[in-house]
Write a protein that binds this ligand. Structure first.
Ligand code: HEC
Ligand code: HEC
Ligand code: HEC
Ligand code: HEC
Length: 196
């Protein structure tokens, strides 16, 4: 009886963790906000009339901020395109409800505001070209499949793979804390790249 109820609660816990590994109910589910019209995807994506020149049917107004990069003074050009998508809300300069042509008034809470000064954040984009041959890093081929590097093209047109916001996080929630792509228990996320 006891063993059975333990089994039962294990099954319930499993179901619960399965159910939580979705965008519904995550920090990115804005459907309960008055400004969202009850929709989930729309602040970020739209099936039609998406913003030209951006990937993933992007619907959120982009930031025009100048970032201070981790290593050096920089501009939007030093960031990979996918990180720019995240920073369209997370640098705190564009309202959450500025999408689909609307001009909003609700901004990201300070707890999730990365700001435009990236010197105190893990390197991304130009500052985090992921080396193929380095004794300090695991080879890219050994990264878990959900931790994808993203392309970034420098001013001379050379494209390299870099660490992006989306290398460590997902916008859609896989059920790990902080919407990470893998669990960072015992620093597993960090150790997937760094040889330490
Ligand atoms: C808070 C913003 C946000 C919300 C809300 C959101 N997405 Fe995304 N989505 C993104 C970003 C950012 C990317 C690109 C991430 C990257 O490539 O690093 C993406 C990528 C995607 C992709 C392509 C990659 C993949 O995972 O297959 C699909 C499909 C997608 N989203 C569908 C959806 C759907 C459907 C919804 C609503 C149920 C949704 N998204 C809600 C931000 C969001
Ligand atoms: C439409 C605006 C928007 C976009 C685009 C967006 N976010 Fe968020 N994100 C938010 C808001 C708002 C919160 C805070 C929610 C809260 O604290 O209530 C948040 C929270 C988070 C959190 C904290 C999660 C937690 O559980 O505490 C992470 C991590 C995050 N976002 C990463 C990303 C990444 C990575 C991307 C791009 C792939 C992205 N976000 C794109 C609006 C956005
Ligand atoms: C190298 C991996 C990595 C990269 C790249 C990265 N993050 Fe994170 N991020 C983390 C980890 C790990 C945490 C959880 C920190 C903790 O345990 O307090 C986190 C936390 C957060 C939080 C929540 C703050 C909190 O204290 O809960 C937000 C929001 C966030 N990241 C957004 C972003 C955005 C936007 C980008 C790109 C500009 C980004 N992250 C790039 C690893 C990363
Ligand atoms: C996807 C690969 C990847 C992951 C995951 C990752 N890093 Fe990094 N990290 C890099 C790269 C690339 C650099 C920049 C290049 C370099 O240091 O040579 C870097 C730089 C750093 C630096 C040096 C910053 C400086 O100012 O010199 C520290 C510290 C660091 N990472 C810590 C962490 C921690 C802690 C985690 C886990 C939360 C983490 N990294 C996860 C790839 C990664």
């Amino acid at each position: 009886m006891k063993a059975k109820s333990v089994l039962m609660s294990a099954a319930v816990a499993l179901l619960a963790s399965g159910a939580s590994a979705q965008i519904v109910g995550s920090a990115h589910d804005f459907s309960s906000m008055a400004w969202s019209g009850g929709e989930i995807c729309k602040p970020c994506h739209t099936p039609h009339f998406a913003m030209p020149g951006l990937p993933r049917l992007w619907n959120h107004e982009m930031s025009t901020a100048t970032y201070t990069m981790h290593d050096a003074a920089g501009t939007q050009d030093d960031l990979d395109e996918r990180s720019r998508l995240c920073l369209s809300c997370h640098d705190g300069t564009v309202a959450l409800d500025s999408y689909g042509g609307m001009t909003g008034t609700s901004y990201i809470p300070s707890s999730a505001n990365i700001g435009t000064d990236l010197t105190n954040d893990h390197p991304i984009g130009a500052d985090a070209i992921y080396p193929d041959t380095s004794t300090r890093f695991h080879p890219p081929s050994s990264l878990p499949s959900s931790m994808r590097l993203r392309p970034w093209t420098d001013s001379s047109g050379v494209t390299r793979n870099v660490v992006s916001c989306g290398t460590c996080h997902t916008a859609h929630n896989r059920g790990f804390p902080h919407m990470l792509n893998i669990s960072n228990s015992a620093s597993a996320l960090c150790l997937a790249c760094h040889i330490k």
